[in-house]
Each structure stands twice: as structure tokens, then as C-alpha cells.
Design a protein around this ligand. Structure first.
Ligand code: URA
Length: 236
């Protein structure tokens, strides 16, 4: 690949900005200053440095975001800020959110540029669980727990069995779903004569939200976390 294309793709600037950096001698290939934008590099073997920083080849990217309230789960929106606005440093990799959380929902949202990964995680056949912490208007009863287990009648059909658990230490409850419908938790609570006040996603399958991430903060998934999401969940 041409070095100017490579550096631009790795987020070092536009093609013309990168050409300027090359011209100024700010780029080294295997320890030797390289000035020509036409030079070809082997992205697997060559050590490429730009302004003293090693530029590793990144193709697919997997990010865990603690989504704050007030941001929409989209790549572009004419009115609202999007979750991608929070991660602008990786925007050059054409990232997008894996599924959606409502604008007023916070918590674990994955962002990637891997379409297959997204497809696999979202596939209804995979039954990947999603767990939410819910603050509701009223206390949860054992009857509510049974109703979630049997499935709740919504306008788009009866929900799959869901697990509702009351937290011992707070007025919150935990809900685990094995499907994802529009406003599903809010609609399920409404159907049991309750209302959701606050909603936070805390896990997807075996992956939990990193508690060290404040709302709006993000980090790349570790290899183990990517494997946890891609290998362990078997198609049924
Ligand atoms: N259920 C909802 O109602 N909203 C979300 O954002 C996610 C699940």
C-alpha cells in the first residue's frame, strides 16, 4: 500500500496533510526517513513511525462505550449528538454502533466497523442476552417476576421469557432479555402497570460494562472480550 494512503487511513491526517508530513521528514520507515508519498509499505512487516509515534495497522476495531444519556445511537443525526461524535478519534475507520440504546438510556454500547461481528451479535438466532439495570416508579412484586418469565403481551406480540430480579440493596431491578425490540423494557414495565425512570445496560452476553468508564468514556475491547462475544455464544 502507498505510504500516504496508509497514514491517512490510520488517522494521521488527510492525504495532502500526510504528504506535507512526509515532505517535512516526519515519517520513518524501519528507522529511515521517508519523504516520497509514492513509496509502498508492507503493513504487516514494516515499522512505520509518524511524528515519533509507531503507527500500527488497525483494520477492525471494537470499542466499549459507556453511553451517556442525551446521545442517539446512530452515525449521523441532524438534530441530536450521536454516540459516534463521542469517538471522533476513530471516525476515519467508519465505525457504527452495534444495535441501539434509546436516547435517554445509558450504559454498555459496542461500536465497531465489523459488519459480520454486528450481524452475529444482533442475530435473533444467537439469543445473546442483554442485561439492564432499571429504576422504576414502583417496587417489583413476585407477580411481576412471574409475568416477565411467562412473557408479556405487547402490541407486536408476546415477549420471550425474560428474567426480572429485584436488587437487594436498592430500589433497582435487573432485567435480562434474549431479544431486542423497540423500547422493549419501557413497554414491558408499562404493561405491568409500572414505568421506567432510568435505564442502564450493564452487560451483553458475558461482557460486562467496565465500571471504570464514566459516562461518555470508552476503550477498545481486549482480545479475550472479543472472543467472549464471538466464540462462546452458540447458535441454537
Ligand atoms: N429497552 C428500552 O426500553 N430501551 C432501551 O434503550 C433498551 C431496552
Amino acid at each position: 500500500m502507498r505510504i500516504d494512503k496508509y497514514l491517512a487511513q490510520m488517522g494521521q491526517g488527510t492525504r495532502s496533510e500526510v504528504k506535507q508530513l512526509l515532505k517535512k521528514g516526519k515519517v520513518q520507515v524501519n528507522g529511515v526517513v521517508e519523504k516520497s508519498p509514492k513509496t509502498h509499505v508492507n503493513v504487516d512487516q514494516d515499522q512505520i513511525e509518524c511524528q515519533g509515534k509507531l503507527i500500527r495497522y488497525v483494520d477492525k476495531i471494537y470499542i466499549m462505550l459507556n453511553k451517556p444519556k442525551g446521545f442517539v445511537s446512530a452515525t449521523k443525526d441532524d438534530i441530536n449528538d450521536t454516540v459516534i461524535d463521542l469517538i471522533s478519534e476513530y471516525n476515519y475507520l467508519d465505525i457504527f454502533p452495534v444495535g441501539r440504546l434509546d436516547k435517554d438510556t445509558e450504559g454498555l454500547l459496542l461500536i465497531t466497523n465489523d459488519g459480520q461481528f454486528t450481524h452475529d451479535l444482533m442475530s435473533p438466532k444467537k439469543h445473546i442476552s442483554k442485561t439492564y439495570e432499571v429504576t422504576a416508579q414502583k417496587n417489583i412484586t413476585s407477580h411481576d417476576i412471574d409475568r416477565f418469565k411467562s412473557g408479556i403481551e405487547l402490541t407486536d406480540g408476546v415477549t420471550k421469557p425474560a428474567v426480572l430480579k429485584k436488587c437487594e440493596t436498592s430500589n433497582k431491578s435487573l432485567v435480562t432479555l434474549f431479544e431486542g425490540r423497540y423500547h422493549q423494557i419501557k413497554r414491558m414495565f408499562h404493561a405491568i402497570d409500572n414505568e421506567v425512570i432510568e435505564l442502564k445496560r450493564i452487560a451483553i452476553g458475558g461482557l460486562s460494562l467496565d465500571e471504570g468508564l464514566a459516562p461518555g468514556e470508552y476503550r477498545q475491547l481486549t482480545l479475550e472480550e472479543i472472543e467472549l462475544l464471538t466464540n462462546k455464544e452458540k447458535e441454537v
